[in-house]
Design a protein around this ligand. Structure first.
Ligand code: UGA
Length: 435
């Protein structure tokens, strides 16, 4: 098989498929990335990926190339390229999906199966099928959305919750299902549920899932706003409603809200697509989901200002965390960096630290300052902000950190610290949605 696009999704998919016994070539236009992968270096931080790459390359079943003609001979071709938000628009940019399919077309053989994994607006698969038919490739197209989470990508790929195959009707669809069953035979042997749908449903499943997750987070963050207005505690509220297993406690962690390369742009692209389909009212609630999420970042800055009597100008602020979530070096739409940048813009001297994302953060935010450790970032600080809940930060010693800072003020943007422990060590502890 071939895997076109070797980013957070494709590199993991390619390596996992090779360890499951398939012969895999990973394709990417970024030569430096291909060289790194071919020599067993993961080009981004993902727990377990370096070991997996090493194991897969050693079998001789995995190779990487920047020459798309190397897909020849593969029967199944996965499209794993990004679909970021268009600049100044809420819709998704499909340039990379379109370019990868167009690059594949001349190399497809009759009966080959092209499988989309990228998150796309519904209707994209149908449009790509037409492209392939017009080029008379004789290839089939299916959509097999991916649900992996960064930071858990290897496990999520090898042991997914479910497999979804969106296939065309009739014998073509039957053939696509048969090929995909071969691809995932080891996964299915574990009892993973597999759902076969039409193409439109499969494309919608992915955006529906991400929209639901985003809604769940913004729901609890809306409750956090109410808790702030009433002196209630959103963590206890989440625990209490989460015991109802129709609601569930997962994805009810209030705080700075969601970021990353997926949830924010997916809900926006979904709204844009609904507008094109003439059903924009249907997803109007996602505007609020997005707005609640953005407000949490602003509230964090406001909370800091409130605590210091109105202005953070000239204060030294230590920001713990730059990645959009722990166990990732991904800083796309990172709530932590957004807050850091807002505070810098208001005159604070902001020093950011992160166990894995410093290099990416430095490149994207050259005007911020950076430190290699939490202790270094906090030295001389007037405010310490915990904005990404890396395990390292949860075990920080408030007494030791208290000796390094100028003022013992900690703002917990992820509701991840124990307020009692920090207060006992003489800190002012404040968080979103907790008294
Ligand atoms: C998300 C989905 O969870 C995956 O299923 C999906 O495959 C992926 O997008 C994708 O479309 O590729 P990911 O972006 O890796 O995965 O991250 P999540 O674990 O979903 O976290 C997203 C954001 O929500 C993070 O910023 C996290 O800090 C925040 N979050 C998560 C909360 O604020 N509260 C929670 O309770 C959970």
């Amino acid at each position: 098989m071939s895997v076109v696009g070797c980013g957070y999704l494709g590199a993991v998919h390619a390596a996992c498929m090779a360890t499951l016994g398939h012969d895999v070539v990973g394709i990417d236009t970024d030569k430096a990335k291909i060289d790194a992968l071919q020599s067993g270096d993961a080009p981004f931080f993902e727990p377990g990926l370096p070991e997996l790459l090493e194991e897969a390359l050693a079998t001789g079943r995995l190779a990487f190339s920047s020459d798309v003609s190397d897909v020849r001979g593969a029967e199944v071709h996965f499209i794993c390229v990004g679909t970021p938000q268009l600049p100044n628009e809420i819709a998704a940019d499909l340039t990379f999906v379109d370019a990868s399919v167009e690059a594949l077309l001349p190399h497809l053989a009759p009966g080959d199966l092209v499988v989309g994994k990228s998150t796309v607006p519904v209707g994209t698969a149908e449009r790509l099928t037409t492209l392939s038919d017009e080029a008379d490739t004789g290839a089939l197209l299916a959509w097999n959305p991916e649900f992996l989470r960064e930071g858990h990508a290897v496990k999520d790929t090898l042991h997914p919750d479910r497999l979804v195959y969106g296939v065309p009707a009739g014998i073509e669809g039957d053939r696509a299902v048969k090929l995909l069953d071969e691809v995932y035979s080891a996964t299915m042997a574990d009892g993973t549920p597999r759902l076969v749908t039409d193409l439109a449903t499969a494309q919608l499943v992915k955006v529906a899932a991400n929209s639901f997750l985003a809604t769940k987070i913004s729901f609890i963050n809306a409750m956090a706003e109410l808790c702030e207005a009433t002196g209630a505690d959103v963590t206890l509220l989440a625990d209490a409603i989460g015991h109802d297993d129709r609601i569930g406690r997962k994805f009810l962690n209030a705080g700075l809200g969601f970021g990353g390369g997926c949830l924010p742009k997916d809900i926006r692209a979904f709204m844009a697509r609904a507008g094109e389909l003439g059903v924009d009212q249907t997803l109007a609630f996602l505007r609020d989901v997005d707005a609640i999420n953005t407000r949490r970042r602003e509230r964090m800055v406001e909370l800091a200002r409130e605590e210091v009597g109105g202005s953070i100008d000239g204060l030294r602020v230590a920001v713990l965390g730059a990645a959009f979530k722990p166990n990732s070096d991904d800083i796309r739409d990172s709530p932590a960096l957004d807050v850091a940048e807002q505070m810098r813009a208001q005159g604070a001297d902001v020093v950011v630290t992160d166990p894995q994302a410093l290099e990416n953060a430095r490149t994207a935010y050259p005007e911020l300052s950076f430190a290699d450790s939490a202790l270094e970032a906090a030295t001389g600080a007037d405010l310490v902000l915990l904005l990404t809940e890396w395990a390292d930060y949860l075990t920080l010693d408030p007494v030791q950190l208290g000796e390094a800072v100028r003022q013992r003020r900690i703002f917990d943007g992820r509701l991840a610290l124990d307020p009692v422990v920090w207060r006992e060590a003489g800190w002012v502890y404040r968080s979103l949605g907790r008294p």
